[in-house]
Design a protein around this ligand. Structure first.
Ligand code: NDP
Length: 400
């Protein structure tokens, strides 16, 4: 049915390419492009041998709008799936505008020199995308992405009014490495070391990083210490669901991970400003990324599960209730299916589903949209079919 261009050949890009190939009736023509073409070729060979599907590969520096425009004009995709880094969001959106091509990504734009997570830059494209008759679907991974679909699903089917939202994200997996991040280390560490923030009574409450935490009991996993972080989907969720009195995001971290991170911070290795080394400007966090294991190398022998969901408290027919909707995903299973670990998988599969719903027309509308603004039902239906089964229940006792 459609021709897609995937940008980025890391952990997530690889899963998106595999899953598109596994849905070759929808994705009839797939091109994978990245800065390093050899990475795309390796993934293409894996897809050919595992699923018998041929995909094309290309080289591109997506920071250069003219190069992106030339690539889009050559490939002529219906949609660009951006799973490179957040820094590339705006140049790729500009190239999509110039060529009138639909766009989607899994993380909001960030400027390189300041770790700032907000949608303002991308929302500013709304009118231009509308006028061009093309769509930009923002943040369609798991969180952001599926967590907003879960919230929209709860609003549609479970509540008259939602009051309290807690997004809880657990990785109870073990990759056997002393220290590694499950998605791009630079982006991950920038996110975790910034101050925490949550929404309460109409305003953002800022807290020191990692200062609010408690054990949360995750399904099939058990209790795991969970920390309040700022996460980008909170910004659009509180805008689109104004009855929310409080919205928080929690993520689990093991003690060994936190100790490594604290030491790296204390010695200056997480700095994002350049320092002089042997006459060269180097950014410590970029150097750290170069010596850490890449997310796409963690999959082999990774054991355990992830569990990500939303606990929502609100009112239905005058009665208070608490609803929980979640997915658990197993690292070893996802490696078997697409050679990727569960964090890449839980991001890449929703991205493929978002792309599929645009192609099928079920989610397609001009403008710039976040996932909770679209019908959650076909998305949940596809999650159940595509390896991310959704579970839900009414809670008698709150988990968070
Ligand atoms: P990786 O570091 O594994 O991969 C990033 C890829 O982007 C690499 O292949 C890299 O290219 C490519 N890239 C970087 N810069 C450019 C550029 N200028 N032009 C072209 N390609 C470029 O990261 P992940 O796969 O783990 O993460 C990908 C994205 O997914 C990130 O934005 C991350 O924030 C997001 N994410 C979203 C989640 C969600 O749930 N919504 C969860 C996890 C991640 P090369 O290797 O060729 O140099």
């Amino acid at each position: 049915m459609a021709n897609v261009l995937i940008i980025g050949a890391g952990g997530v890009g690889s899963v998106v390419a595999h899953k598109c190939a596994l849905n070759a009736d929808v994705f009839t023509d797939i091109t994978l492009a990245s800065r390093t073409k050899a990475k795309c070729d390796k993934i293409a060979a894996e897809i050919e041998s595992m699923h018998g599907v041929t995909i094309k590969t290309e080289q591109v520096d997506a920071d250069v709008v003219a190069d992106m425009v030339a690539l889009i004009e050559r490939v002529k995709p219906f949609l660009v799936i951006n799973v490179a880094l957040p820094y590339q969001d705006l140049p790729i959106m500009d190239a999509c505008l110039a060529t009138k091509t639909h766009y989607m990504d899994t993380a909001n734009y960030e400027p390189k020199d300041v770790a700032k997570f907000e949608y303002s830059w991308q929302w500013a494209y709304k009118q231009r995308f509308e006028e061009a008759g093309i769509m930009a679907l923002l943040g369609c991974g798991f969180d952001p992405g599926a967590t907003q679909v879960f919230t929209a699903y709860a609003a549609k089917h479970q509540f008259d009014e939602m009051h309290y939202l807690d997004i809880i994200d657990c990785n109870a997996g073990n990759h056997g490495k002393a220290f590694a991040t499950n998605f791009n280390p630079e982006i991950n560490i920038r996110e975790i070391t910034q101050p925490g923030r949550y929404w309460e009574n109409g305003e953002w409450i800022e807290i020191p990083a990692m200062s609010i935490h408690k054990p949360v009991v995750y399904p099939e996993i058990g209790p795991k210490e969970s920390y309040v972080l700022y996460h980008e989907e909170l910004e659009s969720l509180v805008k689109n669901f104004p009855t929310l009195k409080r919205a928080r995001f929690w993520m689990t971290f093991g003690q060994a991970y936190l100790t490594h991170l604290e030491v790296l911070q204390n010695v200056g290795m997480t700095r994002i400003d350049p320092v002089k080394f042997n006459g060269m400007d180097i950014v410590p966090l970029e150097f750290l990324k170069a010596v850490l294991p890449a997310p796409d190398t963690l999959g082999e022998n990774y054991t355990g599960q992830t569990s990500i969901g939303c606990q929502i408290k609100g009112v239905k027919d005058g009665q208070e209730k608490t609803y929980y909707i979640w997915n658990n995903c197993d690292h070893a299973e996802t490696y078997k299916e697409v050679r990727g670990q569960a964090v890449s998988y839980t991001t890449g599969v929703p991205a493929m589903i978002g792309a599929m719903l645009l192609i099928k027309g079920e989610w397609l509308k001009p403008g710039v949209w976040n996932c909770e603004e679209l019908d959650p039902d076909p998305f949940i239906e596809q999650m159940n079919k595509q390896g991310l089964p959704v579970q839900d229940k009414i809670l008698t006792e709150e988990i968070v």
